[in-house]
Ligand binder design. Structure first.
Ligand code: IPD
Ligand code: CA
Ligand code: CA
Ligand code: CA
Length: 262
């Protein structure tokens, strides 16, 4: 099977699981706490089991890096990177912004990404060599030329206190010197929105590979630039990411350098 065919299959698997998630009703008793501010429910876990089960059939030798730990099988060449429900806190609170996010790496390189934004029924996807698409239509990052004209998304690193002062200083600068800041509560949706030109940029730290794998790939296939906070390539396992329209990348990195000293 080539990657395009695999992507088509992943698209339908991801949508099916999204439909499953949407139908679930949860109560307070269903909310488990993994660690401070980190919630999970049977919906996350069941969705992940379904994904692992279906994706195993597509590339039997592939391993998994999955948030809820359904499978820890390591693949020698291929590994799926799965967030069965990105935006769990939104989901629990009835805020309709959450998604399923599936990335695929070959050795250490991303080759496929699929994000399904469940409530808007928006499927974002790309595979190695392709453009980026949303519901069958090609998508691109914005052509915005300055940060002043940019709408920026971020996420709050509430459980990692180490770099919070640096983060808040950058936040304040961007608040004053851009069109505005948004915090949706789903890193994968944030990235999908950079890919399709709703946001000009997204940045966050304290993220895991499953939060960013699919989205980072789709942003790049949509013409965007993805890096860590130093402008380097360590964004998948390095816990920090900038995904941005390339015109404003240097201007953004200069601000990050000012506050994070990179
Ligand atoms: C979270 C979301 C959120 C981000 C958190 C993530 P989850 O993922 O992506 O936007 O700020 O750091 O943990 O737990 O809802 O899958
Ligand atoms: Ca989580
Ligand atoms: Ca996540
Ligand atoms: Ca999750």
């Amino acid at each position: 099977m080539n990657l395009e065919t695999i992507c088509q299959q992943v698209n339908s698997i991801t949508k099916e699981v999204g439909v499953f998630i949407k139908k679930q009703q949860i109560s307070v008793a269903d909310i488990e706490t993994k660690s401070k501010n980190s919630l999970v429910t049977f919906v996350d876990k069941t969705a992940e089991k379904k994904l692992v089960n279906e994706l195993s059939k597509l590339i039997p030798e592939a391993g998994f890096i999955a948030e809820e730990g359904t499978s820890t099988k390591k693949g020698e060449v291929y590994n799926w990177i799965i967030d069965p429900l990105d935006g769990t806190t939104n989901f629990i609170h009835g805020i309709p912004c959450y998604c399923v996010s599936i990335g695929l790496i070959r050795n250490e390189e991303l080759v496929l990404g699929v994000i399904y934004e469940i409530n808007l029924d928006e499927l974002f996807y790309a595979w190695e060599g392709s453009k980026a698409y949303m519901n069958g239509k090609e998508i691109n990052v914005t052509p915005t030329l300055t940060l002043e004209d940019s709408l920026i998304a971020t996420g709050f690193p509430y459980y990692n206190y180490k770099k919070q002062t640096e983060y808040m200083n950058l936040f304040q600068d961007l608040m004053k010197n851009t069109r505005g800041l948004r915090r949706l509560g789903s890193a994968a949706v944030d990235l999908a929105y950079v890919a399709c030109g709703r946001f000009d940029a997204f940045y966050e730290y304290s993220l895991n590979p499953w939060d960013v794998a699919a989205g980072a790939f789709i942003v790049q296939q949509a013409g965007g630039k993805v890096s860590d906070f130093s402008g380097g390539n360590n964004y998948l396992f390095g816990e920090e990411i900038i995904a941005i329209n390339p015109h404003i990348n240097e201007e953004f990195l200069a601000k990050v350098k000012t506050y994070f000293g990179k």
